[in-house]
Write a protein that binds this ligand. Structure first.
Ligand code: AMP
Length: 395
């Protein structure tokens, strides 16, 4: 895997695809600069070598050129984070961009205007990619959030740098963390899969059954399994057309010697509301009119034992409706167990959407070994797919 450290950037212009798709408030202030901070190590290494940096990114989903999606709004925040004044061009290709790039001196950073002001970006247009490519000497991809898209700046551009392309530190870390879970993992390996539906996780489940020793299934997915096994799930979320699929997964797990753990009890509510009445019930006997919205205490005890005995833990998807305070306990507790196991030496990776949001919301981020920055991209990797942005660097 070619990384930044295989190159000396002295007097080179590095063209870096970053993910600066950050949230802005109504005054165009950056409200969460995590993604900019995450790109800093890559930028710092290139500058320290004596190179210069050209940053390219998208912001939002503009239809053509839309002022509110201009990357000029993030120039001051990026300058503040990098500790140097960042230059900006009002176009990402063409004369203006070419002039700004050729004027760039070692130690300087230039940010290009929003790539998605051109439809060619998402279309993966070769001519557009070529124009972007002409701005730099070495291509660096450090945008994990878009690595599953075959866009111009994430994938197609790489062909113009047959030998001079590499992963940035952020993207390398994402790949490395996933490999620690799925390839060179320390056993026992446990995957915790939660979230709302079996149907959206089926490919993930099938792919990782080969790599794990334990699989904990929680969240809304639980009830499709429980109903398939003959339990009564009341009004709980349940995919009736996936009952056979659930049985197939249970069968497959057995065949592969994977211990599959389902909740044994749940916090049931008489409405999908934080103010609903609640009771803890056996997961197989949820009364009519009630729905399971969080893992119960016995389930959590069981899950804790599995987590504490694991050396590698992957977590994707919440154990309950964590957005509502009264049904967040299972997700928080699970996060605490994983944090404790991590402190004891386990490797933990949290990835793919809502569990990342939960980990951040409950202040557990720093207690996990790695929290992925890309929702969709991480899910696709867990599904065993090769991401085009990654393949383009490896080719
Ligand atoms: P996903 O996007 O599939 O990872 O699902 C995440 C969503 O699943 C979150 O918004 C949770 O509120 C929801 N969820 C978790 N547990 C349950 C449950 N028992 N019933 C309904 N929704 C749930």
């Amino acid at each position: 895997m070619k990384t930044l450290f295989d190159f000396n950037f002295k007097n080179k212009k590095a063209l870096i695809r970053v993910d600066f798709n950050v949230p802005l408030d109504e005054h165009f202030n950056v409200t969460d600069a995590n993604r900019i901070e995450a790109a800093k190590p890559t930028i710092d290494k290139i500058l320290a070598d004596g190179g210069s940096v050209i940053l390219m990114s998208h912001l939002g989903r503009p239809k053509g050129v839309e002022e509110k999606y201009s990357l000029k709004h993030i120039v001051s925040k990026t300058s503040e984070i990098l500790g140097i004044p960042v230059k900006f061009t009002s176009d990402c290709i063409g004369e203006i961009a070419e002039k700004a790039a050729s004027d760039l001196q070692p130690g300087e950073v230039l940010l290009l205007e929003n790539l998605r002001f051109y439809n060619e970006e998402e279309a993966g247009d070769v001519e557009f990619s070529k124009k972007l490519a002409s701005l730099g000497d070495i291509y660096v991809n450090d945008a994990f959030g878009t690595a599953h898209r075959a866009h111009a700046s994430t994938t197609i551009i790489a062909q113009f740098f047959p030998n001079d392309k590499c992963f940035g530190t952020l993207l390398a870390k994402e790949i490395d963390s996933l490999n620690k879970v799925l390839k060179d993992s320390k056993k026992p390996v446990t995957a915790v899969l939660g979230g709302s539906k079996v149907s959206s996780k089926i490919t993930v489940i099938e792919n990782i059954l080969d790599k794990v020793d334990h699989m904990i299934i929680g969240g809304g997915m639980t009830f499709t399994f429980i109903k398939a096994l003959g339990g009564q799930v009341g009004n709980s979320i349940c995919e009736d057309d996936k009952l056979q699929l659930a049985l197939d997964i249970l069968h497959l797990a057995k065949e592969k010697n994977v211990h599959l753990h389902l909740p044994v009890d749940v916090v049931a509510a008489d409405a999908f509301s934080n103010n609903a009445n609640t009771q803890v019930v056996d997961v197989r006997a949820i009364p009519d009119g009630w729905q399971g919205l969080d893992a119960g205490p016995k389930s959590l005890e069981n899950f804790k034992e599995v987590i504490m005995n694991s050396k590698t833990i992957l977590w994707n998807g919440p154990l309950g409706v964590f957005e509502m305070e009264n049904f967040a306990n299972g997700t928080i507790e699970l996060g605490n167990f994983i944090a404790e196991s991590t402190a004891n030496g386990a490797f933990s990776l949290v990835g793919g959407g809502d569990s990342v949001a939960a980990v951040k919301q409950f202040g557990l981020e720093s207690k996990m070994s790695y929290v992925s920055t890309g929702g969709g991209a991480m899910l696709e990797m867990l599904e065993g797919r090769t991401l085009p942005g990654i393949a383009a660097i490896l080719e």
